[in-house]
Design a protein around this ligand. Structure first.
Ligand code: C2E
Ligand code: MG
Ligand code: MG
Length: 698
């Protein structure tokens, strides 16, 4: 052994021996030819040889193939330590990287080379892995929109990497380095949340730090940032000292999210809040009102005759009309109020924070006013009115869904009041709504159950005092609801579409009966049948009428179809075409209920009417109101000038009859002569008066 060979005192030798033997590093001493003269146990273990084996070997035997000997030669000459990394080969053939600190030593005048050897293969592997992961990280950072921040909590100094600056559009160092400066750029709506997140994470209340906030770019636009971070340094008390993390630009992702959110909450046609969001806002408004002791007015709007516009002018015009209507609604209310589209032509307006219900009144009137102006679509002028139902929270309902139901009922009531008006909710309306629902239920399948029949109200020629025909009127007897008047069920049937089958039924029944009466009693017997707007829009209408007339062998001239102004309001050419088609077939057309609604005399010129029926409300008033009488006079004169016959509806008194006669009204209908009759009663009436002279004294 080397220590033995060197001439040192025994204690010194033993001391050195124990030092090197306990060292975890490999220690070897070789002579200048490279022969080992000393190896410690760590070196033996490292190389896999025994001490005895090594002492017969040289340093060159330990080197991996292709390793040169330059470093050994160099060590012989230099005074200071020479540190080299050398690949060594173990006894079992495995090669590993070592770090050798070599220097020459002189013992008793003889030169040796001392080598301290360390296996650094693990260290290198770790370094490599670290390098790789760093590389990967920086690659990810470059590809992703990430910027790194490093917050020294004790000094409040914030440092950022370059990517952070580019992300926010700033030049390096143009950016604040203190937290106070940085937070100024966080959106005011997000700063509280951001600070709370920092604090609760740093205080250990939350284990994860993950926030989203808006941050001001240099160009004064905001970007959405997602922040994640971790405390990497704490003092002895565990107080965080350093907080490091990344910020990712998630603006694009947020934009998508917002788009999706918008689609889920806003109507894509009018951009108004959709049903979901509107009702949500209504609930919030009600809750707020409850807290503040205030009121909410809910306005339920339905555009009048919108379906007709859609059906006759097409969906594109309908859509444009909805967009324009939404615009008008939006501009009537305060910016804090919600205007939402529930669907179709139904809108709601939520007026919150009211001290009294009266505050809603000017807005409601303004709304109706707004709809007085024509809508201009594709250079066509259209009049579109709206019916408004109003319910007040908490007077009319205990919660938002009840409020909505009641405002809806009030809207129906407004429609029944003749449309283009508003109606406040009353408790009776609820009953009406329930009644409507019951009617709708019972109407389903009622025709197949034979619950319908036709009654006939005689029409009298006021000059000859003869029954010249009758108006066919539907009657419905339902086992649950009893007798339901047409004024109640026709509108529901219109709404559900059942009116199409009902219309066919009455045409068939009335014309079949007309054929019998014409053959038996009166060859000129005229039958008038009411046509609802919905039927009028049915493209098969004309073919059906033609088929029935042919089937029952009744001349088209014996049929008179009564339509109301509602049909004409849309002003579409289709209406005119159908009316002309009907006229060309020889069928007569009557304008029913003249004097209600708009009663535009221009319609009489524009469309091919044969008959005008003055509404019974006028007849009712004519004996007491000079104005009504004058109006009837004008209408009769004008109709005659246009070659139209005039029918007065609802004649109940002798006085009315006399006045109508003096005004040269052509025909009359009313309780004075007869109520609507069953087939049997009508047949009896006709048979009792073979000469068809009416029995009443007229
Ligand atoms: P309308 O076409 O104006 O029919 C006249 C209504 O006035 C009938 O009511 C009739 O019974 C009533 N009336 C007749 N004379 C008098 C009178 O002297 N005094 C009073 N107070 N009323 C009188 P009804 O049968 O209840 O029908 C109401 C409405 O229902 C009709 O008004 C019509 O618009 C509709 N309707 C009835 N049947 C049908 C039908 O088959 N199809 C369609 N689409 N609508 C129908
Ligand atoms: Mg009628
Ligand atoms: Mg009428």
């Amino acid at each position: 052994m080397f220590v033995d060979q060197v001439n040192l005192s025994i204690q010194t030798k033993l001391f050195f021996q124990s030092l090197v033997n306990e060292s975890t590093q490999g220690v070897s001493v070789a002579d200048l030819d490279g022969n080992y003269v000393f190896v410690n146990p760590s070196f033996c273990q490292m190389m896999g040889y025994s001490e005895a084996e090594l002492l017969t070997m040289t340093v060159f035997d330990m080197k991996a193939p292709k390793q040169d000997h330059a470093s050994f030669e160099q060590t012989k000459t230099v005074k200071e330590n020479l540190i080299v990394q050398v690949l060594l080969q173990k006894k079992d053939g495995t090669i590993f990287m070592s770090e050798v600190i070599g220097r020459n030593i002189e013992v008793d005048g003889q030169a040796y080379v001392l080598g301290t050897v360390q296996d650094i293969s693990e260290r290198i592997a770790t370094e490599q892995a670290l390098l790789n992961s760093e590389k990967r990280k920086s690659l990810i950072m470059k590809v992703a929109n990430d910027g790194v921040w490093d917050w020294h909590l004790d000094s409040n100094l914030l440092e950022f990497d370059e990517r952070y600056y580019t992300m926010a559009g700033y030049e390096k160092d143009e950016f604040p380095h203190s937290f106070q400066e940085w937070e100024k750029r966080v959106h005011e709506d997000d700063i509280v949340h951001a600070k709370n997140s920092f604090q609760s994470y740093l205080a250990g209340t939350s284990s994860n730090f993950d926030i989203e906030f808006r941050f001001l770019r240099k160009d004064n636009t905001y970007m959405w940032i997602q922040g994640k971070g971790k405390v990497v340094e704490r003092d002895n008390n565990g107080t965080p000292l350093r907080f490091i993390g990344i910020h990712t630009d998630i603006s694009v992702q947020k934009e998508h999210e917002e788009k999706i959110l918008h689609q889920a909450h806003f109507d894509s046609l009018t951009f108004l809040p959709n049903r979901f969001l509107s009702l949500d806002r209504l609930t919030i408004a009600c809750n707020e009102a409850k807290r503040n002791n205030e009121l909410v007015a809910l306005l339920f709007l339905d555009l009048d005759d919108f379906k007709k516009v859609n059906d006759t002018l097409g969906h594109e015009v309908g859509d444009q009309l909805l967009i324009d209507a939404a615009y008008r609604l939006r501009h009537v209310v305060r910016s804090v109020d919600t205007v939402g589209r529930l669907g179709g032509d139904e809108f709601i307006i939520v007026l919150g924070g009211l001290k009294s219900a009266k505050e809603a009144q000017p807005i409601i009137e303004n709304l109706l006013h707004q709809f007085r102006d024509m809508f201009v679509i594709n250079s066509r002028e259209l009049l579109l009115t709206t019916s408004i139902g109003i319910a007040i929270y908490p007077h009319d309902a205990k919660d938002s869904s009840e409020l909505l139901r009641n405002a809806d009922s009030a809207m129906y009531a407004a429609k029944e009041c003749g449309r283009n008006t508003y109606s406040y909710y009353t408790r009776q309306m609820n009953e009406c709504a329930q009644r409507r629902l019951a009617i709708e239920e019972q109407l389903h399948g009622a025709l197949a159950r034979n619950e319908f029949s036709v009654h006939y109200q005689p029409k009298i020629d006021l000059v000859s005092a003869q029954v010249m025909g009758a108006e066919a009127l539907l009657r419905w007897h339902n086992p649950t609801l009893g007798n339901v008047p047409p004024d109640e069920f026709i509108s529901v049937a219109e709404h559900t579409g059942v009116i199409i089958q009902l219309g066919q039924f009455i045409l068939q029944e009335a014309l079949k009966q007309t054929a019998i009466w014409q053959q038996t009693y009166h060859c000129d017997f005229q039958i008038a049948v009411n046509l609802s707007p919905r039927q009028f829009r049915d493209l098969q209408l004309i073919d059906i009428i033609k088929a029935i007339l042919k089937d029952v062998e009744v001349m088209p001239a014996s049929l008179e179809l009564e339509i109301t102004e509602g049909v004409l309001l849309s002003g579409h050419s289709h209406v005119k075409q159908t009316l002309e088609h009907i006229t060309n077939l020889g069928i007569k057309i009557a304008m029913d209920d003249f004097g209600t609604g708009y009663s535009s005399l221009s319609y009489l010129r524009e469309y091919p009417f044969d008959v005008l029926k003055i509404d019974r409300s006028f007849i009712n008033e004519m004996t007491s109101s000079y104005k009504d009488k004058a109006l009837i006079n004008a209408v009769v004169s004008m109709s005659h000038a246009l070659n139209l016959k005039v029918v007065a509806e609802g004649i109940e008194t002798e006085k009315q009859l006399q006045e109508l006669k003096s005004l040269h009204c052509d025909y009359g209908q009313g309780y004075l002569f007869s109520k609507p009759l069953t087939v049997i009663e009508m047949t009896k009436l006709l048979s009792n008066n073979a000469d068809i002279t009416y029995t009443f004294d007229i």
